[in-house]
Design a protein around this ligand. Structure first.
Ligand code: UT7
Length: 327
């Protein structure tokens, strides 16, 4: 019997505090014009001191549970895609499990940078298809602004915080996750990383003085590879699922840069009306950008039950991947 993971509920959460480009003009040598033209970002949400990955993830999780009419005790597995969990361990997934009272769930985090949510979809798909779980809560959450170097204009204008959650339930009907594709190339890892805080450079006065606990990125190099891999991953999943690009209702790309998004759409010959964009409001929320998109589409004017979404992401590792889902 073939089982499919149906999306039965979605939710998202972003911090209240807005940081605009004009706020950033007062912090580093930048301009609203440069940020808008080079990235498409107008503003982003910033977590306050008390807000953590698990608190935002929990808010998104409750919304998804309420939308689906599912009780926390019914959840079999909690997967949280994040590289900015509250602490190295315990996992953000275990904190969410505690917060919502999902006493029957196992819980783990997945670290695949901005592709984390797609990696989570693959794991969820495999667990449901192999009948190891019936109901899975998958969350993408990131508080990147807490590892942002606010003196580095190359990176500090790019990121924002947020969380998105989907509840997946096994069904015999062909709907929900129709296919997933994953890839990685660790040889390119140095181009996007946070070097400090792990077993290579544990926290020390020296590691702090050297600013190793901040995100570092060779933006332009990452940009060029991202455009190639976003197209490649999109074509691979369309081929794998035997779905024609014209059947896609909305492309939901990871929101790293509006120029990467428009280049991907152009290469796939999809008009921009069919492309979901939230980067102008939220900046790059890493593994949260796609599930926030899915939630906004599900609750938006254009939502039609059964609509087909093409999801595609690229991120640190390098990792990249794609999925086709129906909503
Ligand atoms: O989410 C996971 C993956 N991440 C990505 O995919 C991000 C990919 N990269 C990008 O989105 C872009 O590369 C950036 C937005 C980060 C940078 O845009 P770019 O067109 O690649 O610019 P650049 O790095 O080549 O820099 C161009 C110029 C430089 O000045 P010079 O050397 O030409 O004089 C930079 O110093 O722009 C300058 N610059 C800035 N100027 C004003 C860099 N950041 C800023 C800034 N404000 N914030």
């Amino acid at each position: 019997m073939t089982l499919y993971p149906e999306i039965i509920g979605t939710g998202s959460a972003v911090p209240e505090k807005v940081l605009t480009n004009s706020d950033l003009e007062k912090m580093v040598d930048t301009s609203d014009q440069w940020i808008v033209e080079r990235t498409g970002i107008k503003e982003r949400r910033i977590a306050d001191e008390k807000t953590t990955a698990s608190t935002l993830a929990t808010q998104a999780a409750w919304k998804a549970l309420n939308a689906a009419g599912i009780k926390p005790e019914q959840i079999d597995v909690i997967l949280v895609a994040t590289v900015t969990g509250d602490m190295p361990f315990p996992s953000a997934a275990c904190m969410v499990q505690k917060n919502i009272g999902a006493i029957n769930a196992s819980a783990l985090d997945l670290g695949a940078g901005c592709t984390g949510f797609i990696y989570g979809l693959k794991v969820a798909e495999a667990m449901i298809k192999s009948e190891q779980a019936k109901i899975i809560l998958l969350i993408g959450v990131e508080i990147l602004t807490k590892i942002t170097d606010w003196t580095d204009r190359n990176t500090c204008v790019l990121f924002g915080d947020g969380a998105g959650a989907v509840l997946l339930k096994a069904t015999k009907e062909k709907k929900g996750i129709l296919g997933t594709y994953l890839a990685a190339d660790g040889r390119l890892g140095d181009m996007l990383m946070m070097p400090g805080g792990g077993s290579l450079h544990p926290a020390s006065h020296e590691s702090v003085d050297k600013r190793l606990h901040y995100l570092k990125m060779e933006g332009n190099g990452v940009f060029k590879i991202a455009v190639e891999m976003m197209e490649d991953a999109s074509l691979k999943i369309l081929e794998q699922t035997k779905i024609n690009p014209s059947e896609i209702d909305i492309l939901v790309p990871h929101q790293a840069n509006l120029r990467i998004i428009t280049a991907t759409a152009k290469r796939l010959k999809l008009p921009m009306e069919k492309v979901y964009v939230n980067i102008d409001r939220y900046g790059n929320t890493s593994s949260a950008s796609i599930p926030i998109g899915i939630d906004e589409i599900r609750n938006g004017d254009k939502y039609k039950p059964g609509m087909k979404l093409l999801l595609v992401a690229f991120g640190a590792g390098f990792t990249w991947g794609s999925a086709v889902v129906t909503l």
